[in-house]
Design a protein around this ligand. Structure first.
Ligand SMILES: Nc1ncnc2c1ncn2[C@@H]1O[C@H](COP(=O)(O)OP(=O)(O)OP(=O)(O)O)[C@@H](O)[C@H]1O
Ligand SMILES: [Mg+2]
Length: 279
């Protein structure tokens, strides 16, 4: 790349409830690692992007931001030839209802999910269930709610409607061991940046200890990430006696437990990706 000048974009604070510093830290570590590889890196808040005029734009960008206007702006930068990881379209596809539609189209096994309007239809479902806002992931209390009865479902939907959230997704509660995972890369990644995958049991649960095939988890997650076009991702899966149930996939998580390892791995991946895409 002639001018290895790139930007890292922080997540909007409202999208990092309780993990603002963890989210910022992994972006800084990735930036440091990119710098060590000869890139010039600047970190920006998402609201600074709209103000960047043409000549001040970087050649490549890596991003944790998730809001629609910024993603739209970055998609237009991509059309101008600026490389972006994750791609804005992939981040947009993690919006819950879009994600479910993508998985269905790509035949990626995912937890049974029903989309509903938050007002105007009385939604009932065999309980217990989880009621989740249909667009962005958890940003505040009331975005992801466990409901044990029909009244609780109605209350959850009403609360969302009251906050101007028009659609929700209802999923059955799945019993089992909750596994969190992190991934970096893609199946056709550059040879010097092979795919990286780690999982761990979410803290604070009483484990049933159901056995599972770790390679099958990696394969499932990799397929899911590919269906959305995500290159840096994380998510949640439940291990049940009957197998693995994927319940969520998020763009560029905090990588908190693996930060020291993930930072340089992301840096190496971005460096390879940006060089590969150099004009
Ligand atoms: N269907 C389900 N069965 C069992 N537990 C669930 C289910 N859906 C969600 N959960 C629990 O709620 C948590 C948050 O759900 P989910 O990952 O879908 O939302 P999120 O918006 O990405 O929130 P977070 O940022 O906390 O991961 C999960 O980690 C899990 O503990
Ligand atoms: Mg999640």
């Amino acid at each position: 790349m002639g001018d290895p000048y790139c930007w890292g974009v922080f997540r909007e604070e409202a999208h990092s409830p309780g993990r603002e510093s963890d989210d910022a830290e992994i972006l800084r570590l990735a930036a440091k690692s990119l710098e060590a590889r000869g890139f010039q890196v600047e970190l920006r808040d998402p609201d600074e992007l709209a103000r960047a005029s043409g000549h001040a734009r970087p050649r490549a960008i890596f991003l944790m931001c998730e809001r629609l206007p910024v993603l739209r702006e970055l998609a237009s930068w991509e059309r101008d030839g600026i490389v972006a990881v994750n791609r804005p379209s992939a981040v947009l596809d993690t919006y819950r209802e879009r994600m479910i539609a993508r998985f269905a189209r790509a035949s990626v096994p995912f937890i049974e999910s029903r989309s509903v309007a938050t007002s105007g239809e009385a939604a009932t479902a065999p309980v217990p269930v989880w009621v989740k806002r249909g667009d962005v992931h958890n940003t505040q209390d009331g975005d992801v709610i466990f409901a044990e009865g029909q009244a609780a479902i109605a209350r959850a939907l009403e609360g969302m409607a009251g906050r101007g959230i028009p659609r929700a997704v209802i999923q059955p509660h799945v019993d089992g061991d909750l596994v969190k995972f992190y991934g970096i890369g893609r199946p056709d990644a550059p040879a010097d940046a092979p795919p990286w995958f780690r999982w761990f049991y979410h803290k604070g649960q009483r484990l049933a200890g159901h056995r599972f095939d770790e390679a099958a988890l990696a394969r499932l997650v990799c397929r899911a990430a590919e269906a959305l076009g995500l290159e840096i991702y994380g998510g949640d899966c439940i291990v049940t006696p009957g197998g693995l149930v994927l319940i969520d996939l998020n763009a560029w998580p905090s990588f908190a437990l693996f930060r020291d390892e993930a930072g340089p791995t992301i840096g190496a991946y971005l460096a390879a990706r940006f060089r590969e895409s150099a004009p």
